[in-house]
Design a protein around this ligand. Structure first.
Ligand SMILES: [Zn+2]
Ligand SMILES: [Zn+2]
Length: 257
């Protein structure tokens, strides 16, 4: 692993450590690129609604300015990219992008933590056997990828489906096939792997292997040490190779302009 594009900062209220410490850890691991992709602020349209797991809109200028300064400081040692992890919420997305385009962002990654527009939605890591919700997850995330705005799909297996395996196979295959056609890498999420969450889901990665998808490892670091965890990376590579997958080392980022 020589690049990681999934790195948080304390602005999301559930990460710790200064940006500089994340960069130093990446240098220790011999990384050539480090991308920050903290949970995006979102412009919701329900008065009083606030999701606590993301920065507030007024924190975005400081996030960008802090990283621009560090990028300049570390320029001869590592490439620093400024991104965000964002959900695709259809009703809000166009206004959301108008807001984000005011900032010099190098990329977005898709992390679909809720369905619909979050405020009326269903949180995707919650177990469910409802095929209609699975269908919605597939439709909504594919619509997101079709926008061309997302450089990769973070923890694509975040949706926790406990129902009919045939339905899961059908929907996951549709996601994988389209992502491959669009050349959008799928992220094998090292945080979920470390914490033994319901993702990475072996069934998902078997299908991704069968469909020949590009796959990238993502640290999803919420603390500096997690940026580079060599033992965990080796374990992830072993599991993926059993499914015929060799992760790609770098991702070509789509700047937001
Ligand atoms: Zn997070
Ligand atoms: Zn994340």
């Amino acid at each position: 692993m020589i690049a990681n594009y999934h790195t948080h900062t304390p602005r999301c209220n559930h990460a710790e450590g200064a940006e500089r410490d994340y960069i130093e850890r990446a240098l220790e691991g011999g990384f050539r690129e480090l991308g920050f992709s903290d949970h995006t602020p979102y412009l919701f349209d329900v008065p009083g609604y606030y999701s606590r797991f993301r920065m507030r809109p007024e924190q975005l200028p400081d996030y960008v300015e802090t990283l621009l300064a560090l990028r300049a400081e570390y320029a001869d040692r590592i490439a620093i990219h400024i991104g965000l992890e964002a959900e695709y919420y259809p009703r809000l997305f166009s206004r959301q992008m108008d807001f984000l385009r005011q900032f010099p962002l190098d990329y977005l990654i898709l992390g679909q933590h809720a369905l619909y527009n979050e405020t009326e939605g269903f949180f995707t890591p919650r177990p469910t056997d409802d095929k209609k919700l699975l269908d919605q997850y597939r439709g909504q995330t594919l619509e997101a990828l079709e926008t061309g705005l997302f450089s990769y799909f973070a923890h694509p297996d975040l949706f926790f489906f406990t129902g009919d395996p045939k339905a899961y196979d059908r929907h996951v295959r549709a996601i994988c096939r389209r992502a491959r056609e669009l050349s959008i890498p799928l992220e094998f999420n090292l945080l979920g792997f470390q914490e033994q969450k319901h993702y990475p889901d072996p069934t998902f990665w078997r299908i991704a292997g069968e469909e020949g998808c590009p796959v990238v490892l993502g640290s999803d670091a919420h603390d500096p040490a997690a940026v580079w965890n060599p033992a965990l990376i080796a374990k992830a590579e072993t599991i993926l190779s059993a499914f015929g997958v060799t992760p790609i080392e770098t991702v070509s980022l789509h700047p937001i302009r």
